[in-house]
Design a protein around this ligand. Structure first.
Ligand code: ATP
Length: 429
C-alpha cells in the first residue's frame, strides 16, 4: 500500500462476516468504528452500506458490503488501525459457518475509474475472487482473506462504488441478551414516525404493519431508510421501543437507487442473474401457478421472457393479474435461478383494448345458444338456427390505468427504487 501523510484517507472495505444464524456486517462495522474513535481516529463522512448483485450465489441475505473512510496521519496510524479492524473482524465474524468467508480491503489513494467500473460490475454482474485480487494488486490495495476470503469481492466493490444517487439508513442494534428474541418495537410509534417523516423516510410501514423490523436473529432492531441523515435521525427519535438499544449508526447507501438495473433493448440479449429495465408487450395473459405466483409472458421483436410476481409480493399480484395481451410495458426486474424475470415494478405505457366474446344475436333480438359442438347456434326464443356465425366481440373497459406499479415494501429489494423516489432526481450530485 502507498505511504500516507497528514490527514490522508484510508479506505476500509469489509464483507462476508455474517451467517443466517446471526451477526451483521453493518454491526461489526459499527463496533470497529466505535473502537477506532475511542483510540482517537476520525472517520470522514458516513460509513457506506453498498448493496451488490441481488443474485450473487453466496449472499446471506441482502448482499451488503461495508466501507468507511478513516483519517490517518502516518504509516504507524495505518498499522494500528489495521490491527484493530482485523482483530474485530476475526473475533466477531461467524467463522465457524462454512459459507462465511470474510474479506477486508485497505486502500489509500484516489478512487480510479477501474475501481468504479469493477464496483458497478459487482452490482450488476457476477465476479470472481481472482478478479477482485487482480484489481486490488493493480491499484496497490491490501487485502486480507479469512478462510476463502470471498468477502474481498464485496469489500473492494464497496470502496469503489460511485454514488450519483444515494439514500441513508439508520440502523439501531439490540443488546446481546435480546438477540434472537421477538423484537419489542412500539408499532403505533412507527406509524406516527411514518406520518411525520414520509416521504423523506420511506418503506416504514406496509399495509399498516411495521416494515422497519427484520425477521432474522441478527443484531439489528430496526432500520429506517430515507433521503437524508436528518430525516432518518428524526424518525429514529420518534420510534419507541421496549428494549435497550445498544447503539445506532447512520449509513450512506446505494439502496433504493435502481443501481442494479441495466437498460437493454433486446430480450434475446438478457442473461440470468442480471437485472434489467426494458420495454415489451404482454404476449400471454397472466395466470396463477401453484404457490399463488402470477406468471405472464412479455415479448419484443427479439424474443420473449416469462415474468413473475411471486407470492410474497402479495397485493402486487392483483395488479399484475389485470394485465392483458398487447399491453405495452416498461418492466424493471431481474432474472433468477429459474430463468424467470422477477418483476420489481413496471410502468404501463399503453393499454390494449380487451373484449369479451358472446354468441351472436338472433334477428328476434335474443342472444343465441350453442346448438352443440360444430352445429352452430340456435335461438332459445324463436328457434332460428345459424350454422355459421361470428361471435360478437364486446369491448370491456380496463380496470387498470397507465402509470407505475410496484411491489409492497415488505417484498422490495434493497436496491429497488420505490416509486416515491422516481418523480424527482433525488440526491443526485
Ligand atoms: P448481509 O446482507 O446479511 O450482511 P449478505 O447477504 O451481504 O449478508 P455476505 O455474507 O456478505 O451476504 O455474502 C455475500 C458474498 O458474495 C460475499 O463474499 C461477497 O464478496 C460476494 N459477492 C457479492 N457480490 C458478488 C458478485 N456480484 N459476484 C460474486 N460474488 C459476490
Amino acid at each position: 500500500m502507498n505511504d500516507v501523510s497528514l490527514n490522508d484517507v484510508l479506505y476500509v472495505g469489509i464483507d462476508d462476516t455474517d451467517s443466517q444464524e446471526g451477526m451483521c456486517t453493518t454491526y461489526i462495522t459499527c463496533v470497529i468504528i466505535r473502537e477506532l474513535k475511542d483510540c482517537g481516529f476520525k472517520i470522514q463522512d458516513y460509513p457506506r452500506l453498498i448493496r451488490l448483485n441481488p443474485f450473487a450465489r453466496f449472499k446471506t441475505r441482502g448482499n451488503g458490503a461495508l466501507t468507511f473512510k478513516l483519517l490517518v496521519d502516518s504509516n504507524e496510524d495505518v498499522e494500528k488501525a489495521k490491527k484493530i479492524i482485523l482483530k474485530e473482524v476475526e473475533t466477531l465474524s461467524e467463522l465457524e459457518e462454512e459459507r462465511t468467508n470474510p474479506g477486508v480491503v485497505f486502500y489509500s489513494g484516489r478512487i480510479t475509474p477501474e475501481m468504479e467500473t469493477y464496483s458497478i460490475r459487482t452490482i450488476q454482474n457476477i465476479v470472481s475472487i481472482e478478479e477482485a485480487e487482480e484489481l486490488a494488486n493493480s491499484i496497490g490495495a491490501e487485502f486480507f482473506k479469512f478462510k476463502k476470503g470471498r468477502g474481498i469481492i464485496g469489500a473492494l466493490a464497496a470502496i469503489g462504488c460511485p454514488l450519483p444517487d444515494h439514500t441513508y439508513e439508520c440502523l439501531a442494534y439490540r443488546t446481546p441478551e435480546n438477540r434472537g428474541t421477538e423484537r419489542r418495537i412500539d408499532h403505533e410509534s412507527v406509524r406516527e414516525m411514518n406520518r411525520q417523516t414520509y416521504p423523506e423516510t420511506f418503506d416504514n410501514v406496509d399495509d399498516g404493519y411495521t416494515a422497519i423490523e427484520p425477521h432474522t436473529p441478527c443484531p439489528v432492531l430496526y432500520g429506517i431508510r430515507g433521503e437524508s441523515p436528518e430525516a432518518v435521525r428524526k424518525a429514529h427519535d420518534i420510534v419507541e421501543v421496549n428494549e435497550a438499544i445498544e447503539s445506532y449508526c447512520i449509513f450512506k447507501s446505494n439502496q433504493h437507487t435502481d443501481m442494479h438495473l441495466q437498460c437493454i433493448d433486446k430480450i434475446s440479449e438478457m442473461e440470468q442473474f442480471k437485472c434489467y429495465i426494458f420495454e415489451a408487450e404482454v404476449s400471454q395473459n397472466p395466470h396463477v401457478i401453484e404457490g399463488g405466483h402470477i406468471i405472464f409472458t412479455a415479448a419484443d421483436g427479439s424474443g420473449e421472457i416469462e415474468c413473475a410476481a411471486y407470492e410474497p409480493t402479495k397485493t402486487f399480484r392483483d395488479v399484475v393479474r389485470k394485465l392483458a395481451q398487447g399491453d405495452k410495458l416498461r418492466i424493471y426486474g431481474g432474472i433468477g435461478e429459474k430463468g424467470t424475470l422477477n418483476v420489481e415494478k413496471f410502468e404501463i405505457l399503453e393499454l390494449a383494448p380487451t373484449y369479451k366474446t358472446l354468441n351472436p344475436l338472433c334477428k328476434c333480438g335474443k342472444r343465441m345458444k350453442s346448438a352443440g359442438a360444430g352445429k352452430g347456434y340456435k335461438c332459445p326464443k324463436c328457434g332460428e338456427k345459424l350454422r355459421e356465425a361470428e361471435k360478437e366481440k364486446i369491448p370491456v373497459p380496463r380496470d387498470i390505468e397507465k402509470g407505475f406499479y410496484e411491489v409492497p415494501p415488505s417484498a422490495r429489494r434493497h436496491l429497488s427504487k420505490p416509486i416515491v423516489r422516481m418523480g424527482e432526481k433525488k440526491n443526485l450530485k
